[in-house]
Design a protein around this ligand. Structure first.
Ligand code: KG4
Ligand code: ZN
Length: 359
């Protein structure tokens, strides 16, 4: 058995986790061979709420306060200590540089003083690898990964373990960012995704109900028919802004749920349509969904059902909701796969990189 300590501080969650896997299993460290022993997330949501988004300077300071207690709690809950941790995996990017540095420098210090191997992990790769936890997983390559988070909206072709080709991404706002901004326009709390999902669920049958509104609430489906696999969500946010200005605060308040539901439908329609088209063109065997927005029930349901009725019927995978939003278990899992590739790095080679690309 080997145990790996995962550390994540790329944005506004200070997270630490311990994941265990059978040794010598190489890329067989899949599914039931992989066990999450602890997964601690110290959330900074309350801290950033009044700003309606992440305030980078405050995030770094909070990481500094939370990182050692989070690591301590992750070890305690796993019944582990530094002696029986075999390696350390840490997010090196992409993300906020001041936030990344806290996790990276902590991990480097631990690796140096404990003489343990350290693995620098790309945050996006970790979101993908959250899909590799759990039993009865059927993930075959080539796979198509839709990563939807607060910072990214990317379609990634994965030809094998740790081999990536980005085939499309957002040209402006990320999907999660659009949820957060529209939530602000509707005077809903931060983070916007869960708030919009909750209020939209009050509308049982959102599509027909939106017709009752005067003026009618209809939002565009940006780039849904474009030939490429890129996305654009800033126009959708502007369209919501235009509606709120047109109907005024009172009507916005009365029709919040309908606007939220129509916005959620628009985002889901575009994400699902483009993912399915890419899956067909690249003839993939698996479609994987991940990132914070993958916690959205409508997106999970629609992508799953439409994948299952598409012609080539690829397998569909989405992590449990807790592993979709930022956490350190996914960092440790990605670390295990990198470790299996014998990619052990020395602490002196690890560096935070805010704009790290996925290759
Ligand atoms: O992956 P994540 O935790 O952090 C980044 O790497 O960015 O994603 C956070 C984003 C936020 O924009 C949040 O509003 C969105 O994920 N999100 C959701 C839901 N839960 C979180 N969006 C839609 N529906 C949700 N249920
Ligand atoms: Zn993330």
């Amino acid at each position: 058995m080997m145990k790996i300590l995962g550390i994540e501080t790329s944005c506004d969650e200070t997270a630490a986790a311990v994941v265990e896997a059978k040794t010598g299993s190489g890329f067989q460290v899949l599914g039931s061979r992989l066990k999450i022993l602890s997964n601690i997330v110290a959330s900074q949501i309350d801290l950033h709420r009044k700003y309606g988004g992440v305030y980078p300077e405050l995030a770094s300071r909070a990481h500094l306060e939370n990182i050692l207690p989070a690591i301590g709690a992750a070890l305690d809950e796993a019944g582990a200590d530094f002696d029986n941790i075999n390696a350390i995996a840490v997010t090196i990017g992409p993300g906020l540089i001041g936030s990344l540095l806290v996790g990276v420098e902590t991990a480097r210090t631990l690796a140096y003083s404990l003489k343990k191997p350290i693995l620098g992990i790309n945050h996006l790769e970790a979101h993908i690898y959250a899909n590799f936890v759990g039993e009865k997983k059927k993930i075959e390559f080539p796979a198509l990964c839709l990563i939807v988070s607060g910072g990214h909206t990317s379609l990634i072709l994965m030809k094998d373990h740790c081999k990536y080709q980005t085939i499309g991404q957002t040209r402006d706002d990320a999907a999660g960012e659009a949820f957060d901004k529209v939530s602000q326009l509707l005077r809903l709390p931060y983070p916007g995704g869960p708030a919009i999902e909750a209020i939209a669920s009050q509308i049982r049958n959102p599509k027909p109900r939106t017709q009752n509104l005067e003026p009618k609430i209809e939002l565009p489906r940006p780039m849904i028919d474009s030939e490429d696999f890129d996305f654009s969500f800033s126009g959708l946010k502007t369209a919501v802004l235009r509606i709120t200005k047109k109907i005024g605060p009172k009507k916005v308040e009365e029709n919040k749920a309908q606007i939220a539901a129509e916005f959620q439908n628009a985002v889901v329609d575009v994400l699902v349509a483009k993912t399915l088209r890419a899956a067909k063109i690249y003839k993939v065997k698996t479609v994987m969904l991940s990132g914070g927005v993958a916690a959205n029930s409508l997106l999970r349901k629609e992508l799953k059902s439409q994948t299952s009725v598409s012609k080539l019927k690829p397998n569909f995978s989405v992590p449990p909701k807790k592993l979709c939003t930022d956490n350190a278990a996914m960092i440790a899992v990605a670390g295990l796969f990198r470790f299996a590739k014998r990619e052990k790095q020395n602490w002196s080679k690890i560096q935070a990189q805010s704009d790290l690309e996925l290759r």
